[in-house]
Design a protein around this ligand. Structure first.
Ligand code: ATP
Length: 233
């Protein structure tokens, strides 16, 4: 579904990603792990069309993404839930969710809103509240809910557990499993290694802008060098 080959990308001609290749297949949960500064955010930005790659290729369902704008990419069903809860703080919960269907699935907006409320009942209780006054965990739910409004085929989630309390982290991973059970593919970009490997079928470890390890999540989980060598844990 997502095919990345020899991707080179960075800022101002300085490469951060130095030849990354990875795949996400239909219906699969794939984890991308990496320490701070490994290049995870840069990878997400390149896939989402927010920065232009300097080399290599990104394909989605057999179509090259080169030259497409970020909204064009969303329209194809490749939807990115950004890190840092990038919601619109002065707009209501409902308005934020509705923005998610601006480029895709507009006709199904009402049904999808109900679907999102079924997954996140907390958001339903707060439809009229300004998003900026939600708790951190609720803002994270809102960001994910907004992504789901576009009926993604592939959802890229940038550190959904970042900044959450341990209990909420558990809840967040359970929610990701539930969302993925509906059949969409998920690329989970995370620093929370153990829980990501429990959830994902396969994983890639990004180190210094290159893939240092890749394989079945169960195998990687048993690898003694993974945490110490590549993740600096
Ligand atoms: P973290 O987990 O800390 O967010 P990351 O794996 O997402 O890290 P990136 O944000 O992709 O890492 O950053 C990788 C490298 O690219 C870092 O060395 C960073 O300083 C650099 N970088 C990121 N954004 C820019 C930018 N806009 N201009 C220049 N360099 C950047």
């Amino acid at each position: 579904m997502l095919e990345i080959r020899d991707l080179v990308a960075g800022y101002g001609g300085v490469p951060v990603l130095r030849g990354v290749s990875l795949d996400v297949r239909a219906g699969e949960i794939v984890a991308v792990l990496g320490a701070n500064g490994a290049g995870k955010t840069t990878l997400n930005r390149a896939i989402s069309g927010l920065i232009r790659p300097d080399g290599g290729s990104i394909g989605f369902e057999g179509r090259a993404l080169a030259g497409l704008s970020a909204p064009d990419i969303v329209a194809l069903g490749l939807v990115h839930v950004p890190e840092g809860r990038k919601i619109f703080p002065n707009m209501s919960v409902r308005e934020n969710l509705e923005l998610g269907s601006y480029r895709r699935a507009k006709a199904n907006r009402a049904a999808n809103l109900e679907r999102v409320f079924a997954i996140f009942p907390r958001l339903k209780e707060r439809t009229g509240q300004s998003a900026g006054t939600l708790s951190g965990g609720e803002q994270q739910m809102l960001a994910i809910g907004r992504g789901l409004m576009a009926e993604p085929k592939l959802l890229i989630m940038d550190e959904p557990s970042l900044g959450l309390s341990p209990l909420l982290v558990e809840e967040m991973f359970a929610l990701v499993a539930r969302i993925a059970a509906d059949g969409l593919a998920v690329m989970l970009v995370e620093q929370n290694v153990v829980q990501s490997l429990d959830l994902a079928a396969r994983a890639y470890v990004l180190e210094n802008g290159a893939i240092a390890m890749a394989g079945a999540a169960g195998t990687l989980k048993r690898d003694p060098t993974l945490m110490t060598t590549y993740l600096g844990l």
